[in-house]
Design a protein around this ligand. Structure first.
Ligand code: AVI
Length: 323
């Protein structure tokens, strides 16, 4: 794999600034969910994907495995593949193998996590006619660079799988899809994976599993602040919580303070007061209905060419074509 590495000025400074901004909010303290994914968090997310309560990743994989050739048959040739947030790259294998049967294809995973890009190279490096160029970038920056490198006649296929779009707030999801669309040309395709709305207890169990892996994933954010920013969070004094917000139709992850406490974070120059029962909101995971997906696509100037829905775990893979 060729790797275009990050040129971020100072990642620690950026992390400290966002932690400061989020923890000084007076009404609801917040931390950006992208910081859940350091090396430990990415490994914990891999375990979450295998949990019986969390059917999302398996549904995504099943749909791609069962429909890869049909998806590929709907594309023109040659294809330049860009993936936003590739994770380990496991599920992308089905599509790349289907493309591999046709011709030499360039695959460009875009990830802010260096650890994830290394996993992708290990996972997918053996597919014969696929050359991998990894971009250690924010999604839109990376996609712009990939699009700049497209060759004449290539169709751009953007993969945004695993319901990562659900981690953006509504209407930030429409704004984001519009920004993606602006980088694409008419006729380019976006394969969008989205988790669908399902009974509340089932959704809550998926984000509060009986082994406590999701709890560890959430608490690792505080552990990361301790490690990287010199924080002194006592992890036993914060409890993982998953709730359903009916207004936004999302599962929210929070960390609830078990008592009144002051936390200092040296490298963010910060002391924060927590009251007993107060929470830090760490992630939202929005759930979609099928009509809503069509509206979302239209609002961002895509038409839905085809959609596949899993039988076991309501999850949709939508092939959207840029108009
Ligand atoms: C990556 N993302 C789609 C996951 C989700 O379901 O929102 C992250 C996750 N958070 C808790 N469990 C999994």
């Amino acid at each position: 794999m060729i790797l275009r590495q990050a040129v971020t000025a100072d990642p620690v400074f950026e992390f400290a600034a966002e932690v400061q901004d989020g923890l000084l909010r007076t009404r609801q303290k917040e931390l950006p969910s992208k910081y859940l994914y350091d090396e430990v968090g990415s490994a914990l997310f891999e375990v979450i994907s295998a949990l019986p309560e969390y059917g999302l990743t398996r549904a995504d994989q099943r749909l791609l495995r069962e429909n890869a050739s049909e998806i590929v048959a709907r594309l023109t040739s040659p294809v330049l593949v860009a993936e936003l947030g590739s994770g380990s790259g496991k599920k992308t294998r089905y599509l790349l193998e289907a493309l591999d049967n046709r011709q030499q294809t360039r695959y460009c995973p875009i990830e802010i996590s260096h650890a994830a890009l290394t996993m992708v190279a290990r996972e997918l490096g053996d597919i014969e006619h696929i050359s991998i160029v990894g971009f250690e970038r924010e999604y839109l920056d990376g996609l712009l660079e990939v699009a700049d490198n497209r060759r004449a006649g290539e169709q751009l296929l953007v993969l945004f799988l695993g319901s990562t779009i659900g981690n953006l707030d509504r209407p930030a999801d429409v704004k984001f899809l519009r920004a993606v669309r602006r980088i694409m040309q008419p006729g380019d395709a976006l394969l969008l994976g989205t988790d669908l709305i399902k009974p509340i207890p089932q959704m809550l169990d998926a984000y509060d599993d009986s082994l406590g892996v999701t709890g560890a994933f959430n608490l690792n954010l505080l552990a990361r602040i301790n490690r990287e920013l010199g924080g002194n969070f006592a992890l036993s004094q914060f409890k993982h919580e998953a709730r359903f917000n009916p207004e936004t139709r999302s599962i929210e992850m929070h960390l609830r303070s078990a008592r009144n406490q002051n936390i200092s974070i040296t490298r963010a120059g910060l002391t924060v007061t927590f009251h007993e029962g107060e929470t830090i909101w760490t992630e939202s995971s929005h759930k979609y209905s099928r009509p809503e997906l069509l509206q979302l696509a239209m609002a961002a100037s895509f038409r839905c060419e085809a959609q596949w829905v899993d039988d076991e775990w309501p999850f949709a893979e939508s092939l959207l074509v840029a108009e």
